[in-house]
Design a protein around this ligand. Sequence first.
Ligand code: HEM
Ligand SMILES: *[C@@H]1O[C@H](CO)[C@@H](O)[C@H](O)[C@H]1NC(C)=O
Ligand SMILES: *[C@@H]1O[C@H](CO)[C@@H](O)[C@H](O)[C@H]1NC(C)=O
Ligand SMILES: *[C@@H]1O[C@H](CO)[C@@H](O)[C@H](O)[C@H]1NC(C)=O
Ligand SMILES: *[C@@H]1O[C@H](CO)[C@@H](O)[C@H](O)[C@H]1NC(C)=O
Ligand SMILES: *[C@@H]1O[C@H](CO)[C@@H](O)[C@H](O)[C@H]1NC(C)=O
Ligand SMILES: CC(=O)N[C@H]1CO[C@H](CO)[C@@H](O)[C@@H]1O
Length: 374
Amino acid sequence: MVSFVNFIVLALALASPATAFPAHGSLAGLSRDVLERIIPTLQLRQPGSPPGPLKSNGTMLVNDEQHPWKQPQDGDIRGPCPGLNTLASHGWLPRSGIATPAQIINAVQEGFNMENSIARFVTYAAHLVDGNLITDQLSIGGKTSKTGPDPPAPAIVGGLDTHAVFEGDASLTRGDFFFGDNHSFNETLFDKLVAFSNKYGAGKYNYTVAGELRWQRIQDSIATNPTFSFVSPRYFTAYAEAVFPVNFFVDGRQGDGQLDLDAARGFFQDMRMPDDFHRASQPMGGEGSDIVANAHPISPGKNVGGVNNYVLDPTSANFNTSCLLYQNFVNQTIRGLYPNPTGTLVKALNTNLDFLYEAFGDTTCAQVFPYGRD
Ligand code: HEM
Ligand SMILES: *[C@@H]1O[C@H](CO)[C@@H](O)[C@H](O)[C@H]1NC(C)=O
Ligand SMILES: *[C@@H]1O[C@H](CO)[C@@H](O)[C@H](O)[C@H]1NC(C)=O
Ligand SMILES: *[C@@H]1O[C@H](CO)[C@@H](O)[C@H](O)[C@H]1NC(C)=O
Ligand SMILES: *[C@@H]1O[C@H](CO)[C@@H](O)[C@H](O)[C@H]1NC(C)=O
Ligand SMILES: *[C@@H]1O[C@H](CO)[C@@H](O)[C@H](O)[C@H]1NC(C)=O
Ligand SMILES: CC(=O)N[C@H]1CO[C@H](CO)[C@@H](O)[C@@H]1O
């Protein structure tokens, strides 16, 4: 698959300026030849220091006059994350859906009160695998919102849609990659979220509902997706994302952990905050994911050789080995995407790898240096 993608990218890189390699296109997985042709066409941008925590970190009106919801226009990019989609549709992020990592960190903090170290870790992790490290741009999805066939360039630029590096299987409201569409809102799946909220949450989505729905989505994928994979980093993000709706989509003045289903549909489907929406009342991250994971514990693994054959993968990081989450992500995932970088790319990788390690914030976990120390 990579060589086919490389072939298309190469064809594009060599074609007219009208189809020049997009500044937000990820360079991950491209061959040395292709990189050597593309990188000189890109404008190098040094990333600034990672943003720090909010000065004023309480609740605040965020669906305000400066940030009205607007329908995405043709060409605007949206992706698998309802949080980032919503921030873009309210102008907390550029409405185009293309941003620098620093803009994303600022937006998730200001718009939703995401805690600083988790915002940095998730953003630099995503940027390293799905962003353009030379231009310092990341797109929050791969497809433009235009209906009909995509122009060739966006079709190969995955952004956050790119499968199996950050985006993964058993999402709550998005289908698995195997079934073809890995980023769009799916009504059938949302109806399941509603049904579970009615059954386990008296009509609201809360941590108890999240525990049941997370488990059900895993069971669905084991039974229907022969390529189902549930190893780190997806193993971790799957639990975090199950609680994000509780931690971030509940109005900060309410703060009772019970998400109204109309509000949920607004965020997941319309990428829209309720009128008068106030962000969380304190910085939040993955609170509650232990409750969700403990409701139905399952270790990391994948289907092997077909459906209904979930085999544990002891090489994956799990909740007891979170240092491995960081180390394997760098040593395996990132290094697999960038096996032999040279020149400015090495420098850009190392800068962003430092940002990632600092954000991980566990000094008992040794930093790994796949490309040397500069
Ligand atoms: C900090 C930067 C962030 C990045 C890079 C990011 C990225 C992503 C990605 C790639 C996915 C898709 C994973 C998958 O389901 O396969 C996702 C899902 C999700 N994100 Fe984010 N996200 C960020 C912040 C947030 C914030 C602040 C919120 C909430 C306000 C949020 C809420 C969610 C939810 C609820 C899902 C699950 C969607 C579903 O399973 O249907 N994210 N995110
Ligand atoms: C929120 O701000 C207060 C006051 O500045 C500070 O004491 C507290 O540590 C901050 N909380 C977080 C999680 O940053
Ligand atoms: C939505 O998900 C359901 C259940 O997995 C699936 O049967 C259906 O084909 C999906 N719909 C779309 C439009 O992808
Ligand atoms: C979720 O809602 C149900 C029904 O009201 C309640 O029994 C359960 O305790 C709630 N769980 C949480 C974590 O709030
Ligand atoms: C993690 O450790 C706990 C005990 O501390 C154990 O019960 C559990 O099985 C371990 N989980 C995994 C995924 O290894
Ligand atoms: C990471 O890779 C380096 C170089 O291949 C190796 O020396 C190191 O032991 C690896 N570390 C981990 C934690 O996998
Ligand atoms: C149907 C669809 O949009 N599938 C996409 C899933 O993500 C991969 C990787 O970005 C795309 O190549 C697919 O087109």
